[in-house]
Write a protein that binds this ligand. Structure first.
Ligand code: ATP
Length: 356
């Protein structure tokens, strides 16, 4: 099958109670995750949360200190034995592309095809370069290419052997933002064609939302939440998870009769005890500017035009911090004037105050 045309046979990938440490540094703490064949999973989380370590363990570059890794149900790391990286049939793409500078682009792509007769390897490598639009650069060296082109070569090299599993570590972070969008879309197209099971590591929530079938949010070596982009955005499990996905206003209040009472409105607070102090998490998009005299009284203290929306800062009595809002059609709003503040209560989530 390998090296021939046609999609890969996607494999499932499982982590069963995987832990890892570098000396005394605990990098992963009891991670269990099952990835379906053909699924695109993004590992998302702040720097140092263990994303890269989980990817390295999947690839076999790193051996976990506890737990098991399974490919199609077969143990590739754990007490039952260890399958080295080169025998796992996995494609890898790294942040820094990791192309061999002394090899042509064609030879770079052929590197992963050593199991094939040379003529066949060359044919497959040329097809892969053609797929990423770089057929004309086959005989050039990587340094003669732009960053985006180098990343395409790295992708071609990773997918040419038709791996059942493709692992990518911050694959677009070396690219500027416009190019990143373009290369990301191209990469997604190639990923869908190859139909490999994919894990993509990123610290960028928007990137994860664009790419993933499922987002796995990590923090301090653990999985804190997983689900679709909509699940994580609309129903973050805690305040930190909410903060990770977007800027939010954190408005304190006291629970009375099942609702959090705040200076900007009352919000459903299921599960909170009467009299508890809690925070309303209000996204800037959930705030609307109304004429003065309507809703909660506020004063517009700053307005910045951002293109599709305006960014507003609104002072409200009883709040230490101005509210941040992103609103459409703010042409008529004038800094320094009174306005009404309307919060979309159905979009507000109430969280416990995090421990300092
Ligand atoms: P980043 O987004 O910054 O790459 P990450 O989420 O990928 O972060 P890891 O690289 O997996 O996180 O690191 C997890 C923890 O392990 C961190 O505390 C990190 O400092 C530590 N760590 C990672 N690699 C090593 C190493 N080779 N030696 C010692 N500590 C390490």
């Amino acid at each position: 099958r390998r090296g021939t045309a046609g999609p890969a046979i996607a494999q499932s990938l499982g982590f069963d109670r995987v832990s890892h440490a570098y000396g005394k540094v605990r990098a992963l703490d009891d991670v269990t995750l099952a990835i379906e064949p053909g699924e695109i999973v993004c590992l998302l989380g702040p720097s140092g949360c263990g994303k890269t370590t989980l990817l390295r363990i999947a690839s076999g570059i790193e051996q976990p200190i506890a737990g098991r890794v399974l490919m199609d149900g077969r143990e590739v790391a754990g007490p039952g034995g260890f399958v080295p990286p080169e025998r796992r049939g996995i494609g890898l793409v790294f942040q820094d592309f990791a192309l061999f500078p002394h090899l042509t682009n064609l030879a770079n792509v052929m590197f992963g095809l050593k199991a094939l007769p040379k003529a066949e390897a060359e044919r497959v490598a040329r097809l892969a370069l053609d797929r990423v639009g770089l057929a004309a650069h086959a005989m050039d060296y990587p340094h003669a290419l732009s960053g985006g082109e180098q990343q395409r070569v790295a992708l071609a090299r990773a997918v040419a052997p038709r791996p059942g599993i493709l692992l990518m570590d911050e694959p677009f972070s070396g690219l500027d933002s416009r190019l990143r969008d373009l290369i990301r879309e191209e990469t997604l197209a190639v990923m869908r064609e190859t139909r490999a099971t994919c894990i993509v590591v990123t610290h960028d929530p928007e990137e994860a939302m664009r790419m993933a079938d499922r987002i796995v949010l990590m923090r301090a070596g653990r999985i804190v939440q997983q689900g679709s982009a909509g699940d994580l955005y609309r129903r973050p499990i805690d305040l930190d998870a909410a903060r990770f996905f977007s800027d939010i206003n954190e408005v304190p209040g006291i629970v009375r009769g099942g609702k959090l009472v705040t200076p900007v409105g009352y919000f459903a607070a299921p599960g909170f005890a009467e009299g508890a102090v809690a925070l309303a998490a209000i996204r800037p998009q959930a705030i609307f500017a109304r004429p003065p005299g309507m809703c909660v009284p506020g004063r517009l203290i700053a307005k910045r035009f951002l293109g599709e929306v305006d960014f507003l800062e609104i002072a409200v009595d009883g709040l230490d911090q101005p509210l941040k809002a992103r609103v459409r059609s703010a042409e008529t709003l004038i800094e320094g004037r009174d306005i009404g503040v309307d919060v979309a209560a159905s979009e507000v989530l109430v969280f416990a105050v995090p421990e300092a």
